[in-house]
Design a protein around this ligand. Structure first.
Ligand SMILES: [Zn+2]
Ligand SMILES: [Zn+2]
Ligand SMILES: [Zn+2]
Length: 941
């Protein structure tokens, strides 16, 4: 990089030299400049202009996954939006019509809770519609906050008209989508164990469950035999079950054995205990029983038909068989409660077991729980264990720590509870969904297996929620026979009303007002109905966006080219969108899905307030500017976890400074260059300039590929190498002499300027998708003729000229640069020893073999390339005193002497031939010639 002190000194000598000047400061001052640039973008409506100019072009549709309108944005949200913006901008520059319609997810429990909390509302004191209005107010407030934060990141989009899941047209489209699924028979009501949060009083979707370690009771319980079928004695022998949820024992309806395993009849204190053969040793060791005899080993089937007595309820229950019984832990005899677990429910269906779920919405045991009725389930755990001990059923109790499902919202442990819920039958279209997954390009590729496994393993989708802030489930019930009513006509009618009035209408109006005239019960022909009170799962809301947004918005189309979200969305939005799309249209809503990892700290730990390692995007913007944040995003290999820390951002800022300084050098040195007049044709250029164009060509190819393949970290590496290695320490370092010293309009200088001009025009465009502000600022300093567009973000992607690429020159120069590196190493050594200061003080002697010597002599400007005052090449000889022999280059040695003669004050090159002209006795011959030919320009001052 050019040393400014040097330049100034040089300029002071002779005011007639053109000062390289630019308003593009070294100091970026981004936090101050960026808001002004955003203001200009908005005032000039550049995003809308872009839409106008691209409106007839081929489209590229990136469909925005709606963030939840709750709270400020964090680094993860910022990363997601910046990645999208980079892709959108790149595609627009490539000439595509690539709109960006941001969206927000605005319904759901978290907003209800925040509305209750922050507004001090009591949900039961206000009407449903009033409460929903408050929720809406809250959601819109945060949508606006986030919108401003996203804009501050430099993200372009249709901010003034985003899509919101609470907009009437969205809700209406969602109702129609639901209706289509119902029409195809994919919606059903069923009693089923669902994840249930007793604290939030609602069912939870699989995506709303988080696993965390929790301490639980771990008990082994004897269930005494009722009918032992000649094998076991009634009232004396027992099967031993293991459970960590004693509160589910009131719902026990069977004990399941694995049909393919063997079971041991163990005698302890004269009584037989049934345990799996593979597990009895570990169980007895754990409970501390050493005195026992293995009486008999039997096949599981030998226990068929045996019954036992429930430990505290007046009930006799069977031993049954299920594949879900594993030999990994417990006793191999599994407590089976169809009302409290999916596997229990499934096996219960086969044996026609009753589904009992004796627990209320709030987690209190009901009368069906017998002696434990009225107890909160967590309390009941303790009481039941005590009761089992008193009645002689308890074999052993301890505590274990294990991974247990928790509510994502309130973080409390959840339960499985059978309730009446609405379901989408994934089973009904699972094969189609799996097929659709195969048709999608998943980036990175492992996403495909991940979502395939999730979809093949998942249960039917429980879509009802017992809350109020959401889209109502548009179903009516016959007041006489309770038969649900949902037909294309009722769906149409409700959807039309929602389109006009929004979904508050469901709560404001009577059932009769929401039904088309003449609606009758399909079962009993009754005509009076009541409304369903449940709302839809928020994942159904956002999962409907392909129908509500992609298909409906005039700027978009179905399917999208790309969905781009965090990898947790394989079980969230990617999946809910896929399911509703496949169910209604038979195809995936996207052609490609790109996922990014999570933001973690510099040591790879999760960011959390308690660890104090949270980096807020707002802080980074305030301290460094959004462009630094954006460059950090580009630098990260976002497909895995992304590290962020003060130190990492500092490194990013350092690279930014190098890019900026390169831009500044280019701009300063193009200041007096008019391409229309001064351009030098490729054939007439110096070799080094041709070489620089080849570098530019390669760089452009690399970064274009990086953007195209979503490999933004490759872009970062390329631009870093290009600015630091190819430009600063090589090309620009070498040509600065001719730029400052040679005749202003001389061919040498104009040749280099032509290249600088082309590099600048290319660079400003290729950084634009990432460094949106810096590119825009640079753009404003380009010559009018170069710009063409008012904003760089309206411009097209640069294209290489056919003559830029020059592979033979590339090879020749890579050979030269190896020699130059050796020379630089030696010079550095001499500089450290203070034998020379500036490299121009050096008189260089290179020893090389004949071929290499010949090669080096073929560069007429070798002195300049090495940045010395004199260079001489002599035949190679071994062990010559004063020479340093290269380690990495065969038969190559370098000697540096201090150059004699005098230093030309204009160009700093030392020479033995000063004083050739009486008016400029101190100048070297080259400078004398240049200065004499200069027109004299009056001093600016
Ligand atoms: Zn909860
Ligand atoms: Zn009826
Ligand atoms: Zn000179």
């Amino acid at each position: 990089m050019v040393n400014n002190a040097e330049v100034l000194n040089l300029m002071d000598y002779n005011k007639t030299v053109n000062l390289p000047k630019t308003k593009f400061d070294m100091r970026a001052n981004l936090p101050k400049k960026e808001p002004d640039i955003i203001k200009r973008w908005e005032e000039e409506n550049y995003y809308q202009q872009l839409r106008q100019t691209r409106k007839d072009a081929a489209t590229f549709i990136l469909h925005d996954g709606p963030p939840y309108a709750n709270g400020n944005i964090h680094l993860g949200t910022a990363l997601n939006k910046i990645l999208k913006d980079i892709i959108v901008r790149y595609n627009n520059m490539q000439g595509y019509n690539c709109p960006y319609i941001p969206g927000w997810d605005t319904h759901g429990l978290p907003i209800e809770q925040q509305a209750i909390k922050s507004l001090g509302l009591n949900r039961h004191d206000v009407s449903v519609t009033e409460f929903r209005d408050k929720c809406k107010e809250y959601a819109l407030k945060y949508m606006e906050i986030q919108r401003e934060e996203f804009k501050r990141l430099g993200v372009w989009g249709r901010w003034e008209d985003p899509y919101l899941t609470l907009k009437p047209e969205y809700e209406s489209a969602q109702i129609r989508l639901f209706g289509k699924m119902a029409e195809k028979g994919y919606i059903y009501k069923g009693l089923k164990p669902v994840y249930w949060c007793a604290d939030c009083e609602t069912a939870l979707a699989e995506a709303e469950v988080e696993y965390a370690d929790r301490k639980s009771h771990s008990i082994f319980v004897r269930f005494f035999i009722e009918d032992g079928k000649d094998l076991l004695q009634s009232g004396k022998d027992s099967v031993v079950i293991w459970t960590t949820t004693p509160w589910t024992l009131p719902a026990n309806m069977a004990v399941s054995l694995n049909p393919d395993e063997k079971y041991a009849l163990i005698r302890i204190d004269g009584k037989i205990h049934v345990l799996a053969e593979k597990l009895y040793a570990s169980v007895l060791a754990e409970v501390g029983i050493t005195d026992y005899q293995v009486e008999q080993i039997v096949a599981a089937q030998a226990l068929a038909g045996i019954t036992y007595r429930h430990p505290f309820l007046p009930r006799v229950a069977p031993i049954i068989f299920g594949e879900h019984v594993t030999m990994e832990q417990g006793s191999g005899c599994v407590h089976t409660a169809p009302g409290h677990g999916v596997e229990d429910f499934e096996v219960g269906k086969l044996y026609d077991l009753e589904v009992v779920s004796p627990i209320t919405d709030r987690g209190v045991l009901t009368e069906e729980a017998g002696p434990y009725s009225g107890q909160f389930y967590a309390k009941a755990n303790k009481l039941i264990v005590e009761g089992l001990a008193d009645s002689g059923h308890l074999l052993y109790t301890s505590e274990i720590e294990h991974s247990y499902p928790h509510c994502w919202r309130c973080k409390k442990p959840i339960l499985f509870r059978a309730t009446e819920q609405w379901f989408a039958s994934v089973e009904g279209f699972r094969q189609e969904a799996l097929k659709a997954i195969e048709s999608v390009r998943w980036i990175p590729g492992w996403g495909q297996e991940r979502i395939s496994n999730m979809v093949s393993g998942r249960n039917d989708w429980c879509i009802s929620r017992q809350r109020t802030w959401g889209v109502p489930i548009p179903i009516f019930y016959c007041e006489k026979c309770n038969e649900p009513l949902i037909t294309p006509a009722t769906i149409d009618y409700v959807a039309d009303i929602f389109h006009q009035e929004g979904s508050n209408a469901w709560f404001a109006k009577e059932a009769a007002e929401l039904l088309p005239s003449g609606a009758v019960c399909g079962k009993c022909s009754h005509t009076v109905f009541r409304k369903e009170t449940d709302i839809m799962d928020v994942w159904f809301d956002s999962g409907s966006s392909h129908a509500a947004v992609l298909e409906k918005d005039a700027e978009l189309s179905f399917p999208a080219d790309l969905y781009l979200e965090g990898s947790d969305q394989h079980r969230g939005w990617f999946q809910s969108s896929l399911l509703t799309s496949v169910a209604t249209k038979g195809v995936a809503p996207y052609k490609a899905v790109l996922t990014h990892g999570y933001v973690v700290d510099g040591d790879g730990r999760k960011m959390s307030k308690s660890l104090g390692n949270v980096i807020a995007p707002q802080e980074v913007i305030k301290d460094n500017g959004a462009d630094i944040l954006r460059l950090w995003v580009a630098a990260s290999d976002f497909k895995s976890d992304i590290r962020a820390s003060k130190a990492i951002l500092q490194q990013t800022a350092e690279v930014y400074r190098k890019i900026r300084n390169t831009m500044r050098f280019l701009m300063a040195n193009c200041a007096d260059f008019d391409p229309a007049v001064d351009r030098v044709s490729y054939e007439d250029m110096s070799e080094i300039d041709q070489w620089a164009l080849d570098c530019l060509d390669q760089f452009l190819n690399e970064v274009t590929k990086a953007y195209h393949d979503y490999e933004f970290h490759s872009f970062y590496q390329s631009i870093r190498k290009f600015c630091i290695v190819d430009m600063s320490s090589t090309y620009l370092d070498i040509i600065k002499e001719r730029l400052y010293v040679e005749a202003t309009a001389g061919k040498l200088r104009r040749s280099s300027q032509t290249v600088l001009h082309d590099i600048l025009n290319c660079l400003v465009r290729v950084i634009a998708p990432v460094l949106v502000f810096t590119a825009e600022e640079s753009w404003s300093y380009l010559a009018e003729t170069d710009r063409g567009e008012a904003s760089v973000h309206l411009a097209k992607w640069p294209e290489a000229t056919s003559d830029w690429s020059n592979p033979s020159l590339r090879e020749r120069w890579s050979k030269l640069l190896v020699c130059r590196d050796e020379v630089t190493k030696v010079m550095e050594h001499y500089r450290q020893e203070k034998i020379i200061g500036n490299s121009l003080e050096a008189n260089l002697t290179i020893m090389a073999d004949a071929v290499l010597g010949e090669f080096l002599r073929s560069f007429p400007d070798l002195r300049e390339l090495m940045i010395v005052s004199k260079v001489e090449i002599i035949p190679y000889a071994a062990a010559v005193a004063g020479f340093e022999y290269a380690e990495n280059l065969k038969e190559f040695a370098v000697k540096v002497d201090k150059m004699g003669g005098g230093k030309c004050p204009r160009c700093w090159v030392w020479s033995l031939e000063q004083g050739t002209h009486p008016e400029h006795p101190e100048l070297c011959p080259r400078c004398t010639e240049v200065v004499l030919a200069m027109p004299v320009i009056a001093d600016e001052a």
